[in-house]
Design a protein around this ligand. Structure first.
Ligand code: ZN
Length: 475
């Protein structure tokens, strides 16, 4: 993509207006506000790719969520940490380094133009932080869910960071205030111990300290009084200040900036750094935004189950046949998926028998992003109905698509959700790419059979199946 001709509509909170800004300009401003430009140029490149990934992931024109309060704009400046600045501002900020920093930043931008970090062709949630302090964090420990590319990696590269080790002291009364708690009040008879600091306080019957252990060493009460010039041995101990010692700065997810800078200083390139801190990602040129063709570049194989004279398809009480319904839906999906820009293939386009082996081979030959098989279920008890979607165990992508399609069908045509589950059906096992087997509903339920014989319902169901796929692929 060429950054100069992609404009992002940014909501400028301060002025309550929308402004169109070239994406590369936005990326540059994000870099300026998120890293010290004196850092190594490879780190500036990393930061540019990270910033671009965030913009592409969030901007509405790329299929992101955009800004909820304003439908016409792609991003909100505040939510996306975009500080719009001009050259005058930068002159003041960079002072005598202005020319040098400007060149350096422009070079970092130019050499990474259009690049984003992806996993399965989707931009990642590109987190970074200042200093990890020894190792980065697993995502589930910070944001709750497990994200494959946000895994803990060891990092001693940041040990020169000023934030590697820090202390912050608090008065107890400030902690009481901030955390809304109350510490016990000390009085001279109280034998409050602070393990390994002050322990084993012994007193006589009058409350005077006769002995105590400080940092593991035993003292007489009298000696402590003299050494610390206390007024008497009738004393108690209470902390006034607590020091919190921290290693690192930031949430610890993804890139450790200080560590990355050290890596760059030892000769690592931006791609080395990105691949070190994000597990299993790819750096790619991002596609041009296309709302009209949200599935461009995607390959999908649709597999209407059954088919042929002697097939054993499910049949409704009024004679509706599974093989006909699924073929009809597959054809409608084919058309709509094409309109969305996908490359689509059907394992059969007429009433013919195609063996499972042939379907699997066809699917593997096309190397699709997804192989989607469409079936209808049957059951002796006619009251049973609802949709079931199956994926091959541990195939997270298929599970994700399955959930997206299920949600779309539930909200679009009101199907009963009977679960998105894993299974080891023949096709799921044999297809080397991600695959789903969708049992749209039970044809043996008379009410569903009636719906499935209605062309409007078939139209709608096909549309919401496609919508589930489009939604899954939103950036
Ligand atoms: Zn680090």
């Amino acid at each position: 993509m060429s950054g100069n001709n992609i404009y992002i509509k940014v909501y400028r909170s301060e002025f309550d207006k929308i402004e169109s800004i070239p994406i590369e300009e936005i990326v540059k401003m994000k870099v300026i506000s998120n890293i010290d430009i004196s850092f190594h140029i490879e780190l500036l490149k990393v930061q540019a790719i990270v910033a671009r990934t965030q913009v592409v992931r969030n901007a509405r024109c790329f299929g992101g969520v955009g800004y909820e309060s304003c439908n016409e704009c792609d991003l909100c400046d505040i939510d996306n940490n975009i500080h719009i600045v001009d050259e005058e501002y930068l002159k003041k900020l960079w002072k005598e380094n202005f020319e040098e920093y400007k060149d350096k930043l422009n070079r970092a931008m130019k050499e990474t133009e259009g690049l984003i970090i992806t996993i399965n062709n989707k931009p990642i949630d590109a987190h970074y932080h200042n200093t990890c302090g020894g190792s980065t964090e697993n995502s589930e420990n910070v944001i709750g869910n497990e994200i494959v590319y946000l895994r803990r990696v060891l990092c001693e590269y940041c040990e020169d960071s000023p934030y590697w080790n820090n202390k912050k002291k608090f008065l107890l009364k400030d902690i009481e205030e901030k955390l809304n708690v109350k510490f016990p009040t000390a009085y001279y008879g109280l034998d409050t111990e602070i393990k390994k600091f002050i322990e084993d306080i012994e007193r006589d019957e009058n409350g005077r300290v006769t002995a105590l252990k400080i940092a593991g060493k035993t003292f007489k009460g009298q000696d402590v009084m003299k050494l610390l010039q206390l007024n008497s041995t009738r004393f108690s101990i209470s902390p006034e200040v607590i020091s919190f010692n921290t290693g690192g700065k930031g949430h610890g997810l993804g890139i450790c900036q200080y560590g990355a800078n050290k890596m760059a200083n030892t000769g690592c390139l931006y791609e080395d750094i990105i691949n070190y801190y994000y597990t299993g990602v790819e750096i790619k040129k991002c596609n041009k935004p296309s709302i009209k063709k949200p599935l461009s570049g995607k390959i999908i194989v649709l597999d209407p189950a059954q088919g042929g004279e002697s097939c054993n398809d499910a049949v409704g009480i009024n004679g509706l046949r599974e093989k006909e319904v699924v073929l009809e839906i597959a054809k409608k999906m084919y058309k709509e998926l094409k309109e969305c820009g996908a490359d689509v293939f059907l394992t059969r386009s007429k009433d013919e028998y195609v063996s499972l082996g042939k379907r699997a081979k066809f699917g593997n030959d096309k190397r699709p992003d997804f192989f989607i098989s469409l079936s209808l279920n049957s059951f002796p008890n006619p009251s049973i109905h609802g949709c079931e979607i199956y994926y091959y165990k541990r195939d997270k992508d298929s599970e994700g698509l399955g959930n997206s399609i299920m949600d779309s069908l539930v909200s679009g045509v009101n199907v009963v959700n009977r679960g998105v589950k894993n299974a080891d059906f023949f096709l799921l096992k044999e297809i080397k790419n991600s695959s789903l087997q969708i049992f749209l509903d039970y044809i043996t339920n008379p009410e569903q059979e009636k719906k499935l014989s209605n062309v409007n319902y078939i139209d709608k169901m096909s549309h919401f199946l496609v919508k589930g796929i489009v939604y899954y692929y939103r950036y």
